[in-house]
Design a protein around this ligand. Structure first.
Ligand code: KIV
Length: 267
């Protein structure tokens, strides 16, 4: 089997100019399919609160739910590196308390790194975790856990606010983050941040100038019809395909076509 992508390899991929492919996954079956398709990083995102659990934001997601889903993803991941989001509320407070949650995530799920949202304000925590050899992927720009503070899922870093995003990205690199998600920021700013950092940037709604790209798996497959930001591209109209398949099944059951004799067992 091809060896698993490692945390230090992310930096090597950036230095070699090889773009990093990241998709969110929440269960064993999709993790296995995405891993076999050649994805480098499977992110167990707290977006599961929206696409799996049907909440309007990511805020209600619990630590137990993240561990539950990450455990299943690790079983299917194959060569992909698995990163698990720290849910809202678990990254606040003293760094040693955040570490208790991060240790539980790594220990119980078997994933290789945690992701947490925030720049300058998270520096002490990131330094503490990485100082204890817990790899951290950071996340700056449009951080969905800040949805209420931002007044909605709004693009960040426009105009004078660009300086704050750059400062956040430089701060998380300095604190030891192994990579940083740049979400919902203008393309030129993401390109500038990517050029200034030595750690890889993984973009989502940040244009083509990043070192890698992440999409929510259910968006990529056209399965989620909730929020559809302009940066989402469907590579499959999965929702339509699934509905057609289930409608055919329903019709065949009602018509007495399925199950057929060959689907039964001999005495
Ligand atoms: O939760 C998530 O899926 C994420 C990605 C969109 C980056 O944070």
């Amino acid at each position: 089997m091809t060896p698993r992508v490692t945390v230090p390899e992310l930096g090597r991929l950036k230095r070699a100019g090889q773009r990093i492919v990241c998709v969110t996954a929440y269960d064993y079956t999709f993790a296995k399919l995405f891993g076999e398709a050649g994805v480098d990083i499977l992110l167990v995102g707290d977006s599961l609160g929206m696409v799996i659990l049907g909440h309007e934001t990511t805020l209600p997601v619990t630590l137990e739910q993240m561990i539950h889903h990450a455990t299943a993803v690790v079983r299917g991941a194959g060569r992909a590196l698995v990163v698990c989001d720290m849910p809202f509320g678990e990254c606040h407070g003293p760094a040693h308390r955040v570490m208790d949650a991060a240790v539980r995530i790594l220990k119980e799920s078997g994933c290789q790194a945690v992701k947490l949202e925030g720049g300058v304000r998270m520096v002490e925590t990131i330094r503490y975790l990485t100082g204890h050899h817990i790899p951290v992927m950071a996340h700056v720009g449009l951080t969905p856990q800040s949805v209420h503070a931002f007044g909605g899922f709004k693009v960040q870093g426009r105009g004078e606010a660009a300086a704050q995003v750059l400062e956040d990205a430089l701060a998380v690199e300095q604190a030891g983050a192994c990579a940083v998600i740049l979400e919902g920021i203008p393309t030129p700013l993401a390109t500038q941040v990517t050029q200034r950092l030595t750690i890889p940037t993984i973009g989502i709604g940040a244009g083509p100038g990043c070192d890698g790209q992440v999409l929510v798996g259910y968006d990529l497959l056209g399965l989620f019809d909730g929020v559809r930001p302009r940066f989402v591209k469907h590579y499959l109209e999965g929702g339509q395909t699934v509905m057609e398949a289930v409608a055919r099944f329903a019709q065949e059951v009602r018509d007495g076509v399925f199950p057929a004799p060959e689907h039964g067992f001999d005495p």
